[in-house]
Ligand binder design. Structure first.
Ligand SMILES: Cc1ncc(COP(=O)(O)O)c(C=O)c1O
Length: 394
């Protein structure tokens, strides 16, 4: 169900979507730090609780600063509505818990963000919700894993940390044909590179901690999709479980989003140059970047992505020791988890973000001891290349 593209470009939407003039005349949206809102009269209070008039009541239910951000997110992801949450994990767990109940089943890729995998592998089964993990995230594998109790097809593309690509249009179409709901984590791609909703996916989830916020200073998440599904998500995640985003973090993320398209343009171009450079480096055994023709998902990525993202994974010939040496030797690139920051960040997934995966899952997901994941920031590409040249074995 391809949606009509928005009339304004992404960079324009990133700056202007959700804007409304504050009564003070302030150009920049003020931060409304209030947990409750006053009613003009007893009648208006009662009407607000009956849902008959639009009034802010309580900060866990709605807040003007958070709403401003939500309107930006809905515009960037071409969704009817967005719900901002306290973190990416609040968005993912809340979206799934609003869709699933005991006895339900979902299908998800084996290679995905470690804590999302843990949610499906360890936490949801305690509530009677089972997941089948597919090794190869192809539509045929998803289809083969569907059971009579399946309710959700969950995708992450490109996926953490190996940058595996899933055909989102095919997963969306498969879900629709079986009466299921498709959910895609678009954190790695960002709406700069792809819009899963426009490809036919039902719900998009994000860690806004990453490239949307973009400055490494705020934890946040969101769910974007059609109004009907989003009402249920808001009721579950925000009202019920209390995973609400603070107005201050909403303001930080909205400010970050204003420069998001410019940052992504630079970071994706540098990532592409770095991936090509790594591919010809003698100490590098393999490079995983959807923009390289050698990547198994390149053809799908070229179809569904406008740019190939700012993350590059690569495997060193020297395995664990060589990988540890690189993270110890980089100077400009920071050795830290997370991604999508203005700074470039490098991690060794096997000993950090993927270390909670069972060893067999890690092996089947292809996460070897020599694997490094680089999140390319907005520094000059030449400086990053010099730093990597210095850090990699000669
Ligand atoms: C792909 C992906 N999804 C979700 C998350 C979770 O986001 P948060 O840390 O904001 O809860 C992460 C965190 O690294 C991630 O990489």
């Amino acid at each position: 169900m391809t949606q009509k593209p928005p009339a304004l470009g992404l960079a324009t939407l990133a700056v202007h979507a959700g804007e409304h003039r504050d009564p003070s005349g302030a150009l920049d949206a003020p931060i409304v730090m209030s947990s409750a809102f006053a009613f003009e009269s007893a009648d208006l209070a009662a009407g607000a609780f009956r849902g008959e008039n639009e009034a802010y009541i309580y900060g866990r239910w709605a807040n003007p600063t958070v709403e401003h951000l939500e309107q930006k997110l809905a515009a960037l992801e071409q969704g009817g509505a967005a719900v901002a949450t306290a973190s990416g994990m609040a968005a993912i767990s809340g979206a799934l818990l609003s869709l699933l109940r005991a006895g339900d089943h979902l299908v998800a890729p084996r290679s995905m963000y470690g804590e999302s995998a843990r949610l499906l592998r360890e936490r949801l089964p305690r509530l009677g919700i089972e997941t089948t993990f597919v090794d190869d995230p192809s539509p045929a594998s998803y289809e083969a894993a569907i059971r009579p109790t399946t309710r959700v097809l969950y995708a992450e593309s490109p996926a953490n940390p190996m940058l595996a690509v899933t055909d989102l249009a095919a997963i969306g179409a498969l879900a629709r044909s079986r009466g299921l709901v498709s959910v895609a984590d678009n954190t790695f791609a960002t709406p700069y590179c792809q819009n899963p909703l426009a490809l036919g996916v039902d719900l998009v989830v994000h860690s806004m901690t990453k490239a949307l916020g973009g400055h490494g200073d705020a934890i946040g998440g969101c769910v974007v999709g059609p109004v009907g599904l989003l009402d249920a998500v808001r009721d579950t995640v925000v009202k019920g479980f209390g995973g609400v985003l603070s107005p201050f973090n909403a303001w930080l993320v909205a400010r970050g989003i204003a420069t998001f398209a410019l940052r992504q343009r630079e970071a994706c171009a540098s990532a592409s140059a770095i991936a090509r450079w790594l591919a010809s480096h003698p100490a590098v055994a393999r490079v995983h970047y959807p923009g390289l023709a050698s990547h198994p998902g390149h053809a799908i990525a070229a179809r569904q992505m406008r740019a190939f993202g700012a993350l590059v994974a690569f495997e060193l010939e020297g395995g664990l020791d060589a990988a540890r040496d690189v993270v110890d030797r980089v100077e400009l690139v920071s050795h830290a988890v997370s991604l999508g920051d203005t700074r470039s960040l490098i991690t060794h997934p096997a000993s950090t973000t993927a270390s909670t995966m069972p060893a067999d899952d890690r092996r089947r997901a292809g996460i070897g001891d020599g694997l490094l994941r680089l999140s390319v920031g907005i520094e000059d590409a030449d400086d990053l290349l010099r730093d990597l040249a210095h850090a990699l074995p000669a």
